[in-house]
Write a protein that binds this ligand. Structure first.
Ligand SMILES: O=C(O)CCC(=O)C(=O)O
Length: 263
């Protein structure tokens, strides 16, 4: 599974796609159900997620974004602790240790009419680093994006701009921007940089990793079924939260922020 080229590819492209399930079929089934339960407000652990930007009764066609869903569900805790997730994260970064520091549930409902109607569920072009000011400068942070449904080209997969992690932190990114062309036009892309898009197609249980400075976004889900995913934000030993920052809140809770790799 691991090849000597993984660290090079992550460093060169700013992302790495592992289009093979990293969860057993049983855990995949339980985690998928767990994600649906959390969306519906069913909390097996008896604890609520940290924040919900969608609640049962809200527009069923809207993007569901729920922060720290593993607080609420045992199978999601197991999924973010999957040994293969840690092995891959360690291999692509060469880190001594990797810890989960935050998780976002991202659910794009399907559009059985092929997307003719429905709310906009695009994720505008952005770099994660722009939202991570709570960490000391230079902190080594990255994201594992775990698919819990078949993320086909029609399902609104993430789209990466290869090499853009070397363009520095740009102004103009906007996670919630719905018009991707407008967001792209507003980005302070360096002169001469070439814009190319790669679609992050994944099977259920597949995972991709992206650099904190990689430009990425996604378009709407025009498939019939939902696009289910967990964005698992990771840190290596080369990272430090700013004193008093909210990101420290769960770091000493192994079930919520597991240490998934150590050499
Ligand atoms: O799920 C998406 O389409 C976007 C996710 C994202 O921005 C991230 O994982 O950093």
């Amino acid at each position: 599974m691991k090849t000597a080229h993984e660290p090079d590819r992550f460093e060169q492209d700013g992302y790495f796609v592992h289009a093979v399930p990293i969860l057993s079929p049983d855990l995949l089934t339980r985690a998928t159900r767990g994600l649906e339960d959390v969306c519906e407000g069913i909390y097996g652990t008896g604890t609520e997620p940290a924040e919900r930007l969608w609640n049962p009764g809200d527009d069923p066609r809207a993007l569901r974004k729920i922060e720290q869903p593993q607080l609420a569900n045992h199978a999601l805790r197991e999924a973010i602790s999957a040994p293969l997730l840690g092995e891959l994260a360690g291999a692509i970064t060469g880190a001594r240790s990797v810890q989960v520091w935050w998780v976002q549930l991202l659910y794009k409902p399907g559009t059985p009419d092929g997307g003719a109607t429905g709310a906009q569920t695009n994720v505008g072009w952005h770099q994660d680093q722009a939202y991570w000011k709570e960490w000391e400068d230079g902190s080594e942070l990255f994201t594992a994006w775990l698919a819990l449904s078949d993320v086909t080209p029609e399902a609104g997969p993430m789209v990466f701009v290869p090499g853009s992690h070397r363009w520095g932190l740009l102004n103009g990114g906007d996670f919630f921007g719905q018009d991707l062309n407008a967001v792209q036009s507003g980005l302070s892309i360096p002169p001469g940089a070439s814009w190319r898009e790669v679609v992050d197609v994944l099977p259920p249980g597949g995972v991709s990793f992206h650099h904190r400075l990689l430009i990425h976004g996604s378009r709407r889900n025009t498939s019939a079924g939902p696009r289910r995913s967990l964005a698992i934000h990771l840190r290596t030993e080369m990272s430090r939260p700013r004193p008093g920052s909210w990101v420290s809140r769960y770091l000493d809770q192994p079930a919520i922020s597991p240490l998934i790799f150590q050499r």
